[in-house]
Design a protein around this ligand. Structure first.
Ligand SMILES: C[S@@+](CC[C@H](N)C(=O)[O-])C[C@H]1O[C@@H](n2cnc3c(N)ncnc32)[C@H](O)[C@@H]1O
Length: 252
């Protein structure tokens, strides 16, 4: 397989980084957030849902177990292989597809009642037009009136407020140093990981363009969404400057 140039793609493409995939991604048949997510999407019984950048199937599998027709789409074979195994164990019927979220299958136009992009690194593409293209593709594959749940793991306002981050943790058999910083000129948030395992030192950098809430709202408008709201979490609590992530719900 071709090695993607961006670090966040390498991180998910290779099992050697699996220590970086938080346990939060692991599927559990009934995650506590599921009811809140269903309240936001309000899908009809049997609705078609696309879980974009589905990872290990954290949301894909519980949605399928609730009887929705779910498609899990992700760029990483490593992620999809694990997701398929978990779905099999849970007896969840899911269509899995490998691909890039900037270019969804041509035949999917106006196919889905809802699209989810959770725990997402929205802003991961260097070129801003690629980030916008993800929204254009979501818009295309949604049915009229369909809903899009976009959960972004960073909020530029919070990064400005709380500044750079330095942390370290003992992963059990390896030790990780994590340094995060925001470049205010480019708006790029970088995390430099160094980890020590079996006496060897490794390094990886993870980067994302950190957007503010009004910037994402404008991007959703530009893609053609007729309305959108933003909260700090799936429960719909108000977004504040110290919200680490942002949850958008947009309607076609
Ligand atoms: C942080 S994980 C989130 C996984 C999942 N949505 C969840 O909530 O647990 C990010 C996922 O995005 C996937 N990804 C990264 N770039 C992608 C792209 N260009 N197209 C599709 N998936 C991508 C990665 O392979 C990874 O599985």
């Amino acid at each position: 397989m071709e090695i993607p140039s961006r670090s966040w793609q390498r991180i998910y493409a290779d099992e050697k980084f699996s220590w970086l995939w938080p346990p939060a991604y692991e599927p559990n048949s009934d995650p506590p957030e599921l009811e809140q997510i269903l309240a936001l999407l309000a899908p009809q019984p049997g609705a078609r849902i696309l879980d974009l950048a589905c990872g290990l199937g954290w949301l894909t599998i519980p949605l399928a177990l609730r009887g929705f027709q779910v498609t899990g789409y992700d760029l990483s074979d490593a992620m999809l292989t694990r997701a398929r195994e978990s779905a099999k164990q849970a007896d969840a019927q899911i269509e899995w597809l490998r691909g890039d979220m900037r270019s969804l299958p041509a035949g999917w136009t106006a196919t889905f009642d809802s699209v989810t992009l959770t725990l997402s690194e929205f802003g991961c593409f260097d070129d801003e037009s690629d980030n916008q293209q993800v929204l254009a593709e979501v818009m295309r594959v949604l049915k009229s009136g369909g809903r899009f749940l976009l959960d972004i793991v960073v909020n530029r306002d919070e990064l400005i407020l709380n500044g750079d981050r330095n942390s370290s943790f003992d992963g059990g058999g390896f030790f990780i140093v994590d340094k995060g910083s925001l470049d205010i000129l480019s708006g790029i948030f970088s995390r430099e990981f160094q980890w020590y395992r079996q006496g060897r030192r490794h390094e990886e950098t993870w980067q994302i363009r950190a957007y503010t809430a009004p910037e994402v709202t404008r991007m959703l408008e530009k893609a053609g969404f007729r309305e959108s709201t933003v909260s700090r979490n799936y429960a719909g609590d108000s977004l504040t400057r110290d919200s680490v992530g942002m949850v958008f719900l947009a309607q076609k």
